[in-house]
Design a protein around this ligand. Structure first.
Ligand code: SF4
Length: 443
């Protein structure tokens, strides 16, 4: 008997698979021992005359074609394993997606990934209707049956009361429709910065709950009294590096095909170009439109400042994504590299800024595809739309909690730096709503 499941308590979220095949075109699937045994029983290697798995750093994965698609994806967009042997014979990761399991001390939070387009577009059945399937997946997933601790900050274990205080207060803040969208996003970044700066050793239990209530309760006044300016050059550069780290898509076969040194060098070159922020943007994933320049991205109106007609839908999408991440156990602990809550909330604020930047990048690239002859750096305006925001969330959520390098020290150092001098607030504000008065931009 496993831990009880708590399916994402977000009644507004819906999902059913619509068979678009995006996840089969884009994801790297690690295989368990049971998955391997199943594939061997199905005798794929003999039937296809080629291996269907690839080894990388001691683990086995499903092989991908040169375009990144799964070796089993057919021309009709359907899975060959599913077609021939049925849903239950697919690797477990393919069956579970877009759901995720994050064990806590007393239960298992079931979250959902916005890398799936049905999730982003909120199409399908209520999440509760998937409960029986989710219970079945849990029985096949040993790590979803063991309790896991949640840390508050550093090595301090978080109590239930503390976890609940943060999730419920932040969720209430994000849902406050009497507070402008701009302030709610700013408030999340401000809250993250305050917690990063706090020493919490002696503020525990009921006192921590009071602190959180106080911080969130004071947000409208605090934000009004502490206006912020544009990000500094360094903060802007760190955001672009963060986007690079979140969208980098190492293909497992690349080191074998191109050589390890060539793969590493090309990664370094792309990372430097993001950091410098001038000229053409290096490719962002295989299906992402190309041709944008950093200058054109800067000239694009951010998603929170664009057409009024779409502003409600963009706001709904972003708030739903933030709530799903917080309530679904995907912001810290076993759902996010084992990170403490404080660091996880800061990472969520940085992800939010990265989504805003990437939505502009998507809009600028789509414009350049539509009008390839116009000057790449033209400041012709144009705004990031709902479609751009959806594409950006899909890209950022695709790596959240899944890319080992985003759980390492480089990412923590980046967050520590950005939590100072209002870096997270400035980046969220700038990437979502655009220019802030220059008078307030000194740092
Ligand atoms: S991305 Fe979502 S809707 Fe598309 S095939 Fe995968 S699970 Fe189904």
């Amino acid at each position: 008997m496993g831990l009880p499941l708590q399916v994402l308590p977000l009644p507004s979220q819906r999902y059913s698979c619509h068979g678009c095949g995006d996840c089969c075109r884009d994801f790297t699937v690690q295989l368990s021992r049971e998955d391997l045994e199943r594939l061997e029983r199905q005798r794929w290697s003999e039937r296809l005359g080629e291996p269907v798995t690839i080894e990388f750093r001691g683990a086995l994965f499903l092989r991908q074609r040169d375009d990144g698609a799964c070796i089993f994806l057919q021309a009709d967009g359907l899975c060959r394993v599913h077609g021939e042997f049925g849903f239950d014979e697919k690797p477990l990761a393919c069956r579970i997606f877009p759901f995720s399991f994050a064990p806590q001390p007393d239960d298992v939070r079931v979250g959902i990934s916005f890398a799936c387009q049905s999730v982003r577009e909120n199409r399908g059945a209520a999440l509760g209707s998937h409960l029986e399937d989710l219970r079945r997946f849990q029985r096949n997933l040993p790590q979803a049956q063991r309790a896991s601790r949640v840390r508050l900050a550093g090595s301090l274990d978080a109590s239930d009361e503390e976890v609940h205080a943060v999730t419920s207060e932040l969720a209430s803040w994000l849902e406050r429709d009497d507070v402008p969208f701009r302030e709610r996003l700013d408030g999340l970044a401000w809250f993250a910065q305050q917690l990063m700066a706090a020493s919490l050793e002696r503020v525990r239990g009921a006192r921590f709950r009071e602190l959180v209530q106080l911080l969130v309760g004071a947000l409208p006044q605090e934000l009004a009294h502490h206006p912020i300016g544009a990000p500094t050059k360094r903060q802007g550069s760190l955001l672009r590096q963060a986007v690079f780290a979140r969208t980098e898509d190492p293909k497992l076969a690349a080191p074998k095909r191109r050589g390890k040194m060539a793969t590493v060098l090309s990664q370094l070159v792309r990372s430097r170009r993001f950091s410098r922020g001038r000229g053409r943007v290096p490719p962002i994933g295989l299906a992402w439109p190309r041709g944008a320049t950093f200058e054109a991205i800067k000239a694009t109106t951010p998603p929170g400042a664009g057409a009024v007609a779409e502003s409600g839908a963009i706001e709904e999408l972003i708030v739903r994504w933030l709530l799903a991440t917080l309530l679904g156990g995907r912001a810290w602990g076993s759902g996010f590299y084992g990170w403490p809550m404080v660091d996880g909330i800061a990472a969520l604020a940085l992800n939010l800024a990265a989504v805003g930047w990437l939505a502009r990048a998507h809009a600028a690239a789509a414009r350049s595809v539509a009008a390839p002859t116009s000057p790449p750096s033209s400041a012709d305006g144009g705004a990031a739309s709902l479609a751009d925001a959806r594409a950006a969330i899909g890209r950022i959520d695709r790596s959240a909690g899944r890319a080992p390098w985003l759980g390492g020290n480089a990412e923590r150092l980046r967050l520590e730096y950005l939590a100072r001098h209002d870096g997270l607030r400035r980046l969220v504000r700038e990437s979502w709503f655009g220019a802030t008065p220059a008078s307030a931009s000194r740092a």
